[in-house]
Design a protein. Structure first.
Length: 223
């Protein structure tokens, strides 16, 4: 089954680290990353994306500029994936869209694009949609997600209202996540089981390793 991931968190909360870990975990054979943050110098223009290039490179970064259209790109992306599937292609493709709410809303097609990516095309590819605010996530198609990954966020009254209405299971955990003494980095919410837990990415720990206790020889102590 393809994964439908929703990643939410404010700037600097750890979203990029998490996504980088995900894309290096080799769960997906091919990755297409819509680079809205201009983080990858080798990113290609959307018009240059095609099935042959994806199969050759396996990981592609798409540059977002004033000429970029999410609608046009996604149509091109889906045509390429369908072409691969038509050639007995069985490997999974992950589409990562950074700051989805900011960019797609600008294109006046937020709900339609999100619905297409989360619901209509779920048999073709996995997706990780990244949002800055939880209230930006269109609630109805979000029900087709498999998991939510929620980092510290703005957490104002609008966000609280969204969570209370659509994700009541995580309300107390978000409050815990924002406490200064909290040692965890994000909430993992499984949509199918409606279960949630506080977690940290593997390899991250705020606790220093304890120094091994020095063993003193009793004879040396007497000297």
């Amino acid at each position: 089954m393809t994964e439908r991931l929703i990643v939410v968190g404010r700037s600097g909360s750890g979203k990029s680290y998490m996504l980088d870990c995900l894309t290096k975990a080799e769960q997906w054979d091919y990755i297409v990353w819509v680079d809205t943050q201009d983080s990858y110098p080798g990113a290609i223009q959307a018009k240059d994306f095609n099935a042959k290039l994806l199969r050759k490179k396996k990981t592609l970064y798409i540059r977002v500029d004033k000429e970029f259209s999410m609608d046009d790109f996604y149509s091109n992306f889906m045509d390429a994936v369908k072409e691969l599937r038509g050639n007995k292609f069985k490997d999974d493709v992950l589409l990562v869209v950074e700051e989805t709410g900011m960019w797609v809303t600008h294109m006046n097609s937020s709900v339609q694009f999100f619905n297409d990516a989360m619901v209509r095309s779920r048999r073709y590819h996995s997706v990780a949609m990244v949002f800055h605010h939880i209230r930006q996530v269109p609630a109805t198609p979000a029900g087709s997600a498999t998991k939510w990954i929620i980092f510290p966020l703005a957490w104002n009254n609008q966000d609280k209202g969204y969570v209370n209405e659509h994700l009541p299971e995580i309300s107390e955990l978000i409050e815990e996540l924002h406490k200064p003494e909290n040692e965890y980095h994000f909430i993992l919410f499984d949509v199918k089981t409606r279960s949630a837990m506080l977690m940290s990415p593997v390899g991250i720990s705020d606790k220093e390793e304890e120094e091994p206790e020095e063993i003193v020889d009793e004879d040396e102590k007497e000297e």
